[in-house]
Write a protein that binds this ligand. Structure first.
Ligand code: G3I
Length: 540
């Protein structure tokens, strides 16, 4: 557990783009502040903070000090009275390395291959989970199960969450290709296909294996019966693997992400694009053949993540949208329109609520293809959502779109998902207030938050050091695997460690950097992926 003294002056511990809005947030203190050049030690800017205002989520009064006028590249820190902030830079392209790190984390999450020193540095380890998995039904069929990414701090692999992660990365690439020009590098780097596509293909090849060849439906997950102990390295986790039963939510996600992949990969590899489309169509047919399916429940002897979700209309909606966008086939359009008329969240991007991806797919396609009334309705709805979020940002002391109630398990996914929605709203409307607000979400993630912590391992002055992540615990390297986004504050205090240390804390302070805190300090691929999306927008 790390117990550094909390600083009251917080900044984005990476930094600020040259011409962006820049501010420091101060908790409990207001007044004249200075921005000091780290090398010369000289003040280069002086300003006044605003008045202190109560902030419910942080449980204290905060104010901010604007230094946007400082647009000279360099390394700085802020001082106010006897307080100083973390160092940060002002630079033309400050998030390039962070972006590479967040993306490289997916390579470090890989299952089923050696992570060599050449690409993984000190976090290299031998190949893991190489045995066939058993289908968890009466057939006892054994299937090849290798590949893909581990889900999180555990070694389970889950179809829906995996699809969300790939969808975020592919969307990031579709909208911000400029951010993906540099090699990561990874073993497949070839200077032709961008590495983000190589990395996503590693997961997509595994997702093919999650499609039950007998029916076209997708197995919900592939895991051992129980989680291994926290210090077990992946290659030492030798318990039997099981393909858990097909679910509609997993099948909808598989159809959605495969249809999307078919479109994105086509310019690079037609054969692969055809395979993806074929898988998407088979999964879609399974959904048509199974209109009503109960949500997935863990069988009694399975203790790994359930990812239960009773509502599958949103996954069907996403699948129909991507199949229509990719193929232009009116049959999918008809299904999409019928699904759009039903009630379920259409702007959410969580592992349980995938409707937002369906809405994005419909709105981001060539508009000539869509139905005008439906396009306008969905766009108006999206901008209404963005305005609701913008109102929360304006009222929030740290400038983000979370209310006190939103600090739940994986709150950093909520932070990044909402920034994603703001960026899509910016993309569709051109209103740059949404873009500026999305950037404030990065600042929060990277240290400008009530705990003065960077929630990304390996990045920032005071990053998370003890994530609930088996390889980081089990290896002999002092630093955790880098580039991982921690779950973040969780007012539900859903683990014993949080219960012991965080009773009575304000929502945004319900976080402890302790490897035992799985409900706040675990890491997952689908908390990293929206961060890649958001940061990619700000990378040149
Ligand atoms: O959505 C409700 C919200 O309406 C309500 O106000 C709030 C009150 O606590 O709860 C919200 O639901 C929470 C949900 O996450 C939000 O996505 C549940 O309480 C909370 O229990 C649930 O936690 C999930 C957790 O598994 C337990 O099921 C996390 O989202 C999910 O990310 C996490 O996933 C685990 C996998 O199972 C296994 N692998 C690691 C991974 C990360 O911890």
């Amino acid at each position: 557990m790390t117990q550094a003294k909390q600083r009251c002056l917080t900044v984005d511990q990476i930094g600020y783009p040259l011409n962006a809005k820049k501010s420091v947030i101060s908790a409990g203190k207001s007044g004249t502040f200075e921005v000091i050049h780290s090398v010369t030690g000289k003040p280069v800017f002086q300003g006044e903070t605003g008045p202190l205002q109560p902030d419910e989520a942080a449980g204290t009064a905060v104010c901010s000090g604007d230094f946007s006028a400082l647009a000279e590249p360099g390394s700085y820190y802020v001082s106010l009275g006897d307080e100083i902030s973390a160092p940060f830079v002002i630079a033309d392209n400050p998030y390039k390395e962070l972006h590479q790190g967040l993306l490289k984390a997916f390579y470090l999450f890989r299952c089923g291959c050696d992570l060599s020193e050449e690409y993984a540095g000190p976090w290299s380890h031998a190949a893991c989970h190489l045995a066939d998995g058993t289908v968890y039904d009466d057939s006892e069929v054994k299937l090849n199960s290798t590949g893909g990414w581990h889900d999180a701090g555990d070694y389970g692999q889950y179809t829906g969450p995996g699809a969300k992660a790939v969808a975020d990365l592919l969307l990031a690439f579709e909208l911000n290709p400029q951010a993906f020009r540099s090699p990561l590098p990874i073993p497949e780097t070839d200077g032709i296909t961008p590495d983000v596509l190589h990395e996503c293909r590693y997961e997509l090849e595994w997702l093919f294996k999650m499609q039950d060849d007998r029916t076209g439906g997708a197995f919900h997950k592939l895991t051992t019966k129980q989680f291994p102990a926290l210090n077990v390295m992946p290659e030492d986790d030798l318990a039997d693997l099981y393909f858990l039963p097909v679910s509609a939510t997993a099948t909808g996600c598989l159809a959605g992400v495969m249809a999307m992949a078919s479109r994105v990969y086509r310019p690079f590899d037609e054969v692969f694009a055809d395979r993806c489309l074929e898988a998407a169509k088979r999964a879609w047919q399974w959904l048509l053949d199974h209109p009503e399916v109960p949500g997935f429940k863990n069988p009694q002897d399975i203790g790994t993540g359930e990812y239960g979700d009773e509502q599958d209309l949103d996954e069907r909606y996403w699948a129909a949208a991507e199949l229509f966008r990719t193929t232009g086939d009116e049959t999918y359009h008809t299904h999409f329109k019928a699904l759009a008329a039903q009630q379920f969240p259409k702007y959410e991007l969580g592992w349980a609520d995938m409707g937002g991806y369906g809405t994005f797919a419909y709105l981001l396609q060539d508009s000539a293809k869509g139905d005008n009334a439906l396009l306008n309705w969905l766009k108006d709805g999206l901008l209404e959502e963005a305005d609701k979020l913008a109102a929360i940002c304006t009222a929030d002391g740290y400038g983000i779109s979370l209310t006190s109630a939103d600090y739940i398990w994986g709150s950093n996914m909520v932070v990044m998902n909402r920034a994603m929605l703001l960026l899509i709203a910016y993309h569709l409307s051109g209103n740059d207030k949404y873009e500026a607000m999305a950037l404030d979400h990065i600042h929060y993630l990277m240290g400008r938050n009530p705990l003065d912590i960077s929630y990304v391992t390996g990045y920032g002055d005071r990053p998370v050091m003890h994530p609930h992540h088996r390889p980081s615990v089990g290896d002999s390297v002092a630093d955790p695997v880098p580039g991982l986004v921690a779950g973040g504050p969780n007012r539900g205090l859903n683990d014993d460690c949080m219960m012991e240390h965080l009773q009575g804390k304000a929502p945004a302070e319900c976080f402890i950097d302790d490897e035992l805190s799985y409900a706040g300090n675990e890491v997952t691929i689908y908390w990293n992926s929206p961060a890649v999306f958001v940061v990619s927008h700000f990378v040149k």
